[in-house]
Design a protein around this ligand. Structure first.
Ligand code: FES
Length: 341
């Protein structure tokens, strides 16, 4: 049985096949709605049902509360229509024109950036390039229909080599392979670009970027893109990590801060070690941000990191004036958890 879905604001319509989710159907037909984890965990794909009924699927309470559900909210990455639908959902127009492709690539370089972070540089076949928006991710395709998601750490304009920052997860199927077996010249396949986490270039609001751990990767892509394009809007990067050794490219944002007057960098450590001799900010990265910006009503916030960081940040910025539609986040560990590394 096929149902029809209409997006109220734009009037665009698409069809949903039997047992297909609304998000999957939209993406299949070239309509990009906001999403991140595709796993019912992050809430990015939340929309409102104007009319019709759905099977809500399975999801985490923090992504969709009972109160929100009673008010008509739904997670489109999980919802399967039971009737024709009209929904209020956010269309992402910048990403929709970029085709999502499956491409082969070769591992050109493996470089350990920290004790548990590997930079993997990938090269496409001769004459091929991946078009993407700074901040998006790709899925590495593995045997047995498995996939692992990683943000691109390079700017779109320097796409000759695609770089990923891969954190070692003990017993993680793929990351064990990266750290122990993968060799330069190995062949991989990936699908991409994916995701709706990217810098909104039409805005000139001051942007605060919050990275946790390897959440630095998409921020690096976004910032290198912003610098290359000569964007003048204020950009402030907070990078939260446990100890100094986890700020695996600390010198890079420090050098940007010297070079670009509109850029500021604040590293924040939560578990400093004596050998760190750290004199910088300590504690949780969201708390540092709020201490510096108690009024966020004029800002945009971009965040990428593990779920606890994203959750804490979402709560904190809400009570400090950030408009709901100005928080963009890549809850990569969610997406990347289903497929856990
Ligand atoms: Fe749907 Fe994350 S909850 S994309």
């Amino acid at each position: 049985m096929t149902f029809k879905v209409r997006i109220e604001s734009s009037g665009r319509e698409f069809s949903v096949q039997d047992k297909e989710t609304v998000l999957a159907a939209a993406l299949r037909q070239g309509i990009t709605l906001a999403y991140s984890c595709r796993n019912g965990a992050c809430g990015t794909c939340k929309a409102r049902i104007v009319s019709g009924r759905v099977d809500y699927g399975s999801y985490e309470d923090k992504a969709l509360s009972e109160a929100e559900k009673s008010a008509g909210a739904v997670l489109l990455c999980q919802a399967v229509p039971l009737t024709d639908l009209v929904v209020q959902a956010k269309e992402i127009n910048a990403a929709k024109d970029i085709p999502i492709r499956i491409m082969p690539c070769r591992v050109m370089q493996l470089q350990k950036l920290a004790h548990d972070v590997m930079q993997v540089s990938l090269k496409l076949a001769e004459g091929q390039r991946l078009q993407f928006l700074a901040g998006q991710y790709i899925d590495i395709l593995l045997s047995g229909n498995l996939r692992r998601s990683f943000s691109l750490a390079t700017a779109p304009s320097t796409d000759e080599l695609l770089q990923l920052h891969i954190r070692h997860v003990p017993d993680g199927h793929f990351t064990e392979q990266v750290f122990s077996k993968m060799k330069e010249r190995d062949l991989l396949r990936f699908q991409g670009p994916l995701g709706t986490f990217f810098l909104r270039e039409e805005s000139d609001s001051p942007a605060i970027l919050v990275a946790g751990g390897t959440g630095f990767a998409p921020m690096k892509s976004i910032l290198e893109h912003a610098f290359a394009q000569g964007f003048q809007r204020p950009l402030h990067l907070y990078w939260g990590a446990r100890a100094r050794r986890d700020l695996y490219l600390d010198e890079l944002p420090r050098s940007w801060a010297q070079k670009y007057p509109n850029f500021r960098y604040t590293p924040v450590l939560s578990e400093t070690r004596p050998e760190d001799q750290w004199t910088g900010r300590q504690g949780w990265v969201h708390a540092a941000l709020i201490a510096d910006y108690p009024d966020l009503s004029r800002h945009e916030v971009y965040a990428s990191g593990p779920p606890p960081m994203i959750d804490a940040l979402k709560q904190a910025v809400k009570v400090h004036g950030l408009k709901e539609d100005r928080l963009y986040y890549d809850s990569f560990e969610f997406a990347h958890i289903a497929a856990k590394v």
